[in-house]
Design a protein around this ligand. Structure first.
Ligand code: SF4
Ligand code: SF4
Length: 103
């Protein structure tokens, strides 16, 4: 499993960089975030939860249903919404932002 960062959506806030426990996210010449060693990502989802621009897709491993399935988050003041996509279909799971680190 790993993440992919959409540079068209990335606004260069670098919240993702500051929360990655493995220091895997860097800034490119255009001022956008990118992941240098995708294979080193262990899928903690910290960056996914932190990105407020839906720029980070988290690709699920085969052990979790994988096969192109991915998720990203959106949020408002109260909720963190997990958008889970597979085969063109999306499932939405709402969680309380204050409790988002439990998941
Ligand atoms: S948190 Fe999202 S918008 Fe901000 S730098 Fe990272 S990918 Fe870009
Ligand atoms: S999922 Fe976790 S380990 Fe992987 S890049 Fe994001 S913050 Fe770093």
């Amino acid at each position: 499993m790993s993440i992919k960062i959409d540079s068209d959506k990335c606004i260069g806030c670098f919240r993702c960089m500051s929360v990655c426990p493995g220091n895997l996210i860097y800034k490119n010449r255009e001022g956008k975030a990118y992941i240098k060693y995708e294979k080193d990502c262990w899928g903690c989802t910290a960056c996914v939860k932190e990105c407020k621009n839906n720029a980070i897709n988290y690709y699920l491993g085969a052990d979790l249903g994988g096969n192109g399935a991915y998720l990203y988050t959106t949020q408002n003041k109260e909720e963190l919404k997990w958008h889970i996509n597979k085969d063109g279909k999306e499932v939405l799971i709402n969680t309380n932002r204050k409790e988002s680190n439990k998941y």
